[in-house]
Design a protein around this ligand. Structure first.
Ligand code: SF4
Length: 420
């Protein structure tokens, strides 16, 4: 199976705390380069890095041994909120608080953070306000704080309902806590929930994966994200695999699990709208759609990534440096995509969506400088039945979904690849 199914979750950003050098540059230093002085920002992503334990497959920027810093962190986040430009807010449509485990903050700190976010982003639009949570952190009190803080969607890291597979992942919650968490969230008045599941876990077979899917369906969540386990470089899990201590699931079995996912969820009314995401009507994650549609979103907190008008950057993934600072955080990995790069990225992200890309827009993108060289690539993938025109939309075929990384890498093009 292609490792396309292993693309990083779009809601998270960053890696373990690094020791690399960095410049003392903030987002303020790149704003003067933007063509629009007050661009339309539709989403904010807030990164809360604390976790009770660092799972051995995780490569997100998290800390598991600095609990005493949680209240200082929220103070610092509030100073960042005060410093972000005034023009971010009125056009906002989504807030996504991810991590890490945002609900691992102490209740008083969680309340302060949510209240600050709600009052700072007083948008003219209804806002989809999502918080990520682990099942073991959801209590009646926490669910109530989320609801009072304006949260209207909770994304739960269930990963599996099989205790043995959870242990393999080093996830410590009792699977029964997932159902209980959903009940508490609903009872608090939050109707929208999403579950994350992982397939391709060592020891998992089709029957065990099917049982996980059935359990998620039975819980009645409106949204499911299903990702194949990835052995990220630098993680303890990867080291253990490379030492031969772990027996990864065969590619063919992983592909069969993915196909089972598509069939099973479709037959229960969960429509696939993205390579790794399924939803009931009206339940698509509006925040993640911003990523796939290459819209503008603003990053808050250490390691959070942002995108504005073709500019991408990441807040420095260092907790101590963040806590010692004030206002906008230092940034790194600043990148400005030229027109060709923006077109390549538009194809790469947009083709992840099952609805595909509108012909009118495809033609417009192909008419840009350098765009024409993508036309024969599209023709080739149409001939190979990896792409298809469905009415006026260009989309991946079911086989194309399994090989999506090949199709999108071709369309991304060498100019973009050499920049990344
Ligand atoms: S709980 Fe989630 S974010 Fe935290 S270490 Fe585990 S996988 Fe990573």
């Amino acid at each position: 199976m292609s490792n396309d199914l292993h693309l990083p979750q779009a809601t998270t950003a960053g890696h373990a705390e690094g020791s690399d050098s960095y410049s003392r540059q903030t987002a303020g230093s790149i704003m003067s380069s933007w063509s629009d002085a007050s661009p339309c920002i539709e989403g904010v992503y807030v990164h809360v890095p604390f976790c009770a334990h660092r799972c051995h497959y995780c490569d997100f920027f998290t800390v598991a041994d600095q609990d005493e810093q949680r209240d200082v962190f929220v103070n610092r986040l509030l100073s960042e909120l005060d410093a972000i430009p005034d023009w971010i807010g009125p056009q906002l449509r989504t807030i996504f608080v991810g991590g890490g485990t945002p609900t691992y903050l102490l209740p008083a700190d969680l309340r302060r953070m949510l209240s600050a976010l709600s009052s700072r982003f007083n948008s003219e639009n209804p806002i989809e306000f999502t918080v990520e949570a682990n099942p073991e952190t959801i209590t009646e009190e926490v669910a109530g704080i989320l609801a009072e803080g304006g949260v209207n969607r909770v994304s739960l890291g269930a990963q599996s309902f099989d205790q043995g597979l959870l242990s393999t992942l080093e996830r410590r919650h009792d699977p029964a806590r997932v159902t209980r968490s959903i009940e508490l969230i609903h009872a608090a008045g939050i109707s929208r929930t999403s579950l994350d599941l992982i397939f391709g876990i060592p020891g998992q077979d089709l029957i065990r994966w099917e049982a996980d899917l059935d359990q998620a369906i039975e819980i009645g969540t409106g949204h499911l994200s299903c990702y194949g386990l990835i052995y990220e470089p630098g993680t303890p899990l990867r080291v253990r695999r490379d030492r031969g201590e772990i027996d990864p699931v065969e590619e063919d079995l992983e592909a069969a699990m993915y196909e089972l996912t598509c069939d099973r969820l479709a037959s229960h009314g969960l429509r696939q709208y993205e390579i790794s995401n399924w939803a009931r009507p009206g339940e698509d994650c509006q925040h993640n759609l911003l990523y796939w549609q290459t819209r503008n979103w603003w990053p808050i907190g250490p390691s959070a990534s942002g995108h504005v008008e073709g500019w991408r950057w990441r807040n420095l993934p260092r907790l101590q440096t963040y806590l010692e600072g004030d206002g906008l955080p230092y940034i790194r990995d600043v990148e400005h995509l030229d027109e060709d790069g923006q077109v390549g990225e538009w194809f790469m992200m947009g083709l992840r969506l099952m609805e595909g890309l509108r012909r009118e827009e495809v033609d417009l993108k192909l008419a840009c400088e350098g765009g024409q060289r993508r036309r024969p690539i599209i023709e080739r993938h149409l001939d190979q039945e990896l792409l298809v025109w469905e009415g006026d939309r260009l989309a991946l075929t079911p086989r194309g979904i399994l090989l999506a990384n090949i199709v999108t890498a071709d369309l991304l093009g060498p100019a973009r690849e050499s920049n990344s």
